[in-house]
Ligand binder design. Structure first.
Ligand SMILES: *Cc1c(COP(=O)(O)O)cnc(C)c1O
Length: 369
C-alpha cells in the first residue's frame, strides 16, 4: 500500500496526459505560450477571480506575493507555526520577520483570536494557511485585517477548490497562492505554482517581478529587479488535463474521509477531522488525533500501512528560526497537535479494500491497547 499513489492517477488519465505532452513537444514552445495562458485563464475561471499568474512553485507564489505587496526589512508578517517551512521562509527571504500565532486545535488553522494581540506598528500582513484542505476562519481574519489595514495573503497550497461560505480558497485575501507540487491535490509532473487575485495592479506587478521586471511592451527594457519564476508549458498542459478532474477527485477524497469518519469515530481516543460550518474540505490530508500516536504509527507500519506526521515540529522550534527566540510553551495548541496528529492514506484512487484494511488495523490496535 502507498501513502499516495500517483501512478494509479496517471494510469487513469494516461491517454489525455500523453496527448497533452505530445502537443507541447510537437509545438516545441516550452516557455510561456498558449498552454500557460489558457491554464491561467482556466484556473481564474475555476476560482472565480480576474487574474491568475503561473509561477515556478508554491514557494515562489508566496514570495512574489509578499514582494508585490512591498513587504521588506523592518516589516512583520503574522502567520501560523503549524505549516510547511516555506510559509514562514518566504517572509524571511523578503527581509521581514515572521510572527507566529497559535492555531485552533480543531482545524489546525491559525486562530484569529491569537492574531490581534500580536499586531504592532510594523505588522504589514497576515498569512493564513488553509491546512490539510480546509480554509482558515477568513471572516474573522479579514475583519482584523480591515481594522488594522493589513494585507492578507492566503497560503492555499493545500486547498485549491476548498470553499468558505461559497468562496474559493485564495479569493478572499489580497492574493491567493497555490502549489502544483506533485503530491498536492492538483499536482504537476515537476514544480509549479500560481497566484490569483482580483487586484489588477498587484497582478501586473507580479507579472513584472516573475519575469526580471521586463516591460511587457519593450523587450530588454527592465523596469524593476525581478526574478525568473515560470510555470512551464509542459506542466501547464498536464495541469490543464488534471484541472478538469479536480472537482471529481475532491468529491472522491471527501467520500473516503466520510468513510473513515464513520468507522473511526469512537475508536479509542481518536478525534476525527472537524469540518467547520460553512466550509468544504478537500482533504489534501486526512489527519486524526490520538494520544497514542507514536505507538499507533509503529503498529500500522508493521502492518505495512504507511502514515505521515504533518508536522513533527512547530516552526517556532525549528533550528532555522532559533534567532526569533521563541520558547517551548509559546504555542500550546501547535505543540499539542504535533504530538497527536497522524495523517492516513487518502487519495481518489484509494481502494475500498485498502481503506477497510487500514480501519480494521486501527481498530485492532485500540482493542489491544
Ligand atoms: C507545498 C506547500 C508550500 C510550497 O509549495 P512548493 O510548490 O513545494 O514550493 C507552501 N505552503 C504549504 C502549506 C504547502 O503545503
Amino acid at each position: 500500500m502507498k501513502f499516495l499513489d500517483l501512478v494509479a492517477q496517471y494510469k487513469s488519465i494516461k491517454k489525455e496526459i500523453d496527448k497533452a505532452v505530445e502537443r507541447v513537444l510537437d509545438s516545441s514552445i516550452f516557455i510561456g505560450g498558449k498552454e500557460v495562458e489558457e491554464f491561467e485563464k482556466e484556473v481564474a475561471r475555476f476560482c472565480g477571480v480576474k487574474y491568475a499568474i503561473g509561477v515556478n512553485s508554491g514557494t515562489d507564489a508566496l514570495f512574489l506575493s509578499l514582494k508585490a505587496l512591498g513587504i521588506k526589512s523592518g516589516d512583520e508578517v503574522i502567520t501560523t507555526p503549524f505549516t510547511f517551512i516555506a510559509t514562514a521562509g518566504v517572509i524571511v527571504n523578503c527581509g521581514a520577520k515572521p510572527v507566529f500565532a497559535d492555531i485552533e486545535s480543531s482545524t489546525f488553522n491559525i486562530s484569529p483570536e491569537s492574531i490581534e494581540g500580536l499586531i504592532t506598528p510594523k505588522t504589514k500582513a497576515i498569512l493564513p494557511v488553509h491546512l490539510f484542505g480546509q480554509m482558515a476562519d477568513m471572516d474573522e481574519i479579514m475583519k482584523i485585517a480591515r481594522k488594522y489595514k493589513l494585507y492578507v495573503v492566503e497560503d492555499a497550497a493545500q486547498a485549491i477548490g476548498a470553499e468558505y461560505r461559497s468562496k474559493k480558497a485564495g479569493t478572499i485575501g489580497d492574493l491567493g497562492c497555490f502549489s502544483f507540487f506533485p503530491s498536492k491535490n492538483l499536482g504537476a509532473y515537476g514544480d509549479g505554482g500560481m497566484i490569483i487575485t482580483n487586484n489588477k495592479k498587484l497582478a501586473e506587478k507580479i507579472r513584472l517581478l516573475k519575469n526580471h521586471g521586463s516591460s511587457p511592451k519593450e523587450k530588454y527594457l527592465n523596469l524593476v529587479i525581478g526574478t525568473n519564476s515560470r510555470l512551464d508549458a509542459l506542466q501547464a498542459a498536464i495541469l490543464r488535463v488534471k484541472l478538469r478532474y479536480l472537482s471529481k477527485w475532491s468529491r472522491e477524497r471527501a467520500k473516503k474521509a466520510d468513510y473513515y469518519n464513520k468507522n473511526l469515530k469512537g475508536v479509542g481516543d481518536i478525534i476525527v477531522p472537524k469540518i467547520n460550518f460553512g466550509r468544504s474540505h478537500i482533504f489534501h490530508q486526512y489527519t486524526i488525533k490520538t494520544k497514542l500516536r507514536d505507538k499507533l504509527q509503529q503498529y500500522l507500519k508493521e502492518k505495512e500501512i504507511p502514515t505521515m506526521i504533518y508536522y513533527p515540529l512547530s516552526l517556532h522550534s525549528q533550528p532555522a528560526f532559533k534567532y526569533l527566540k521563541y520558547r517551548q510553551g509559546d504555542f500550546l495548541e501547535a505543540e499539542k497537535a504535533l504530538k497527536e496528529v497522524l495523517s492516513l492514506p487518502i487519495y481518489p484512487e484509494l481502494g475500498k479494500k485498502d481503506q477497510d484494511y487500514i480501519i480494521q488495523k486501527i481498530k485492532e490496535f485500540f482493542e489491544k491497547s
